[in-house]
Write a protein that binds this ligand. Structure first.
Ligand code: SAM
Ligand code: SF4
Length: 331
């Protein structure tokens, strides 16, 4: 079996694909209100180009793909694209990260087309706070989107809450109760020193240990590390007492996940980003548009993987990554 192995003997099986840098929301930690430098649409890989790149990755051993953005559901033709991806023989796990604003109408069709699970951003259950964070978001649409994903049989539905001191940290407990009521998994995320949050110096930063302590008090139960709770991703998962819901905490500044990192990211314009916390990237679009054949493209991908760094450098130099917007990297 073909495998993509980096210089630190990590097998790369997971590709996160940003299909657009556009978004219908303007979460303050992710995007500025105005003056976003959008990429021109012709800069984006077409769905045909994306499908080809993803096929090449699957032929090299990647079996897990997550579609993200920006907001993936704002790109026209996404459903048809999902159908094409689902037809790739090597692709076992196709998922999506979305703000769920447009999900209520599309969840069933996306599930039928092959999206098995979704991660949904939800930072507040209070309409005013939700609006303040997303700037123009509509909480009702998002909650309807979550219910539609559950009704469509997406499994699991994971809710991602970026916890920000002074803004939504009062809702750590309410969000847990909401997730339990829906049977959804929940992940609390520390703000990361990228995008707008990086620019404002992460003034709202709240460490994972504090979030967990609050949850433990609220639930009145021990947080037991979940079986398989330390996967290749950045989240650590816990069972709360005997409860059914798994709770994860993503501590961006911790390096515990770098040793097991199995992922790379593709931006909407076709740059392969080897690590979220490093600048190094390789343009696959240039190769595609120069007419490289499949073997030459695979060589380009292998050479890029050979440049994957051992770990991110958030701790040493937050500023280096601060100006890069999360919306172009897809989280
Ligand atoms: N629009 C989709 C969404 O919001 O889920 C997908 C893209 S979004 C960039 C992916 C994730 O990145 C979201 O969960 C968002 O909360 C998170 N994110 C963006 N900027 C962040 C930051 N500075 N710190 C922590 N998480 C961030
Ligand atoms: Fe859009 Fe997601 Fe960024 Fe919010 S976090 S602005 S929903 S891309």
């Amino acid at each position: 079996m073909t495998r993509l192995i980096d210089p630190f003997q990590r097998t790369i099986r997971y590709l996160r694909v940003s299909v657009t840098d556009r978004c219908n929301y303007r979460c303050f930690y992710c995007m500025p209100t105005q003056g976003v430098q959008w990429e021109a649409r012709e800069e984006f890989l077409t769905f045909e180009e994306l499908t080809r790149v993803i096929r090449l990755f699957t032929e090299l051993g990647v079996d897990k793909v997550r579609l993200t953005g920006g907001e993936p559901l704002v790109r026209r033709g996404i459903l048809q694209f999902v159908r094409q991806l689902s037809a790739l023989p090597g692709l076992e796990d196709l998922s999506m990260s979305t703000n769920a604003h447009l999900l209520s109408d599309q969840a069933a069709a996306l599930r039928a087309a092959g999206v098995r699970r979704v991660n949904i951003s939800l930072d507040s259950l209070d309409p005013a706070v939700f609006r303040r964070i997303t700037r123009n978001g509509d909480l009702r649409s998002v909650l309807a989107g979550i219910d539609a994903a559950l009704a469509a049989g997406m499994e699991p539905v994971k809710i991602n809450m970026v916890v920000m001191r002074g803004l939504n940290d009062g809702e750590i407990e309410a969000m847990f109760d909401y997730a339990v009521s829906r049977g959804a998994d929940l992940r609390y995320i520390e703000t990361m020193p990228v995008g707008e949050a990086g620019i404002d110096g992460t003034g709202h930063f709240m460490p994972a240990v504090e979030i967990l302590a609050r949850l433990k008090r609220h639930a009145g139960a021990e947080l037991v590390p979940a079986k398989g709770g330390k996967g290749a991703g950045p989240a650590r998962y816990y069972q709360v007492g005997e409860g059914p819901v798994r709770v994860g905490v993503i501590s961006a500044l911790s390096r515990h996940f770098c040793d097991d990192c199995n992922r790379v990211r593709l931006t909407a314009k076709g740059d392969l980003v080897l690590c979220l916390g490093q600048e190094d990237r390789v343009s696959l679009r240039d190769g595609l548009r120069q007419g490289l054949d499949d073997e030459a493209m695979k060589e380009l991908i292998r050479a890029a993987i050979a440049r994957k760094p051992r770990s991110h450098d958030f701790n040493e130099d937050r500023q280096r990554v601060a100006l890069r917007h999360m919306s172009s990297l897809g989280g």
